[in-house]
Design a protein around this ligand. Structure first.
Ligand code: DGL
Length: 299
């Protein structure tokens, strides 16, 4: 039996309608999404998982990102999550489609055989809700995308934006050092300032008509103040939290089969593959509220 079905407690929890929403990121970035989702949908119960021990994902290959993401998603299913949000662009760009097309049908099939109930799980990403908001925000039609090397090389934003509006001029810039700076809490230092400005300069040197920039990594809102300060008020930067939160609210309104299974006690628990105290300290800073995390191993 697959490991995510071994837990009979999980099965009875599903039957009793006490399932949670899982929120996954390679590290701290997904907290920016979780915070916005909890503002929009405070009633539900959430389980956050940061794979901090293996972050950053953005410099890994497709195979590694897919394998790590699938492990995390299965773990969250096992912990009574019926929906998992990939609050990570890198995982959304590299792993979401394969998980949705190859793994979820098999997982849902197994759940039905084992459970004899209308039990389903699903995984949602962050790219589509972001892309849908972009065309309405730009005047010049020139868009910048900032992301990890993996997100940029996947071309996911370019392909999705072109589907929506083929008149957009899209320029990407990968920012390989931003996630490590944030994961190590070094993002307010003079060294970080140098690298924040470097990647912004490189993007704008490729297209000076850009008036709208997508922060295509959920870590980047944690340096949005510095980015906005450097760019000035002629360029709008788009963070994903609220877009993802509205999109999830809309999804739940259209999918009562998931909504009706969610428990609504307003709780949130945090898991990390790194040291729990270290995660709790940094997450408390990022969220401006106390976080008490627990350590887990994914392998
Ligand atoms: N927050 C992740 C994202 O949105 C960071 C990925 C990484 O770990 O490099 O892409």
């Amino acid at each position: 039996m697959p490991f995510f079905l071994r837990n009979s407690f999980f099965c009875s929890n599903f039957a009793a309608g006490i399932m949670k929403i899982g929120v996954f990121d390679s590290g701290y970035g997904g907290l920016t999404i979780l915070e916005a989702i909890r503002r929009e949908l405070p009633q539900y119960d959430y389980l956050y998982l940061g794979d901090n021990a293996r972050a950053p994902y953005g410099t890994h290959s497709f195979d590694v990102i897919y394998r790590y993401t699938l492990q995390a998603v299965k773990y969250l299913f096992e912990q009574d999550c019926t929906l998992v949000i990939l609050a990570c662009n890198t995982a959304s760009a590299k792993a979401l489609r394969t998980i949705q097309q190859r793994d979820l049908p098999e997982i849902n099939h197994q759940l039905q055989i084992t459970n004899h109930q209308s039990r389903r799980v699903n995984v949602l990403g962050v790219i589509r809700p972001t892309v849908e908001a972009v065309p309405a925000l730009t005047m010049t039609r020139h868009i910048g995308i900032l992301g990890t090397p993996a997100t940029v090389s996947s071309e996911s934003y370019v392909m999705e934006l072109e589907k929506i509006d083929s008149s957009l001029v899209i320029t990407q810039q990968s920012c390989p050092l931003w996630v490590p700076l944030i994961e190590n809490n070094e993002h307010n230092t003079p060294g970080a300032k140098f690298f924040i400005e470097k990647y912004l300069d490189e993007l704008l040197a490729k297209d000076h008509l850009i008036d709208t920039i997508v922060l295509g990594c959920t870590h980047y809102p944690l340096i949005k103040k510095q980015i906005d300060h450097y760019l000035g008020d002629k360029i709008t930067t788009i963070a994903q939290g609220e877009l993802e939160a509205k999109s999830l609210a809309d999804y739940l309104s259209r999918h009562p089969e998931y909504r009706s299974k969610l428990s609504a006690n307003g709780t949130c628990h945090y898991l990390t593959t790194e040291n729990a105290d270290r995660f709790s300290q940094s997450a408390s800073l990022f969220l401006s509220s106390p976080v008490q995390a627990a350590h887990i191993d994914l392998e």
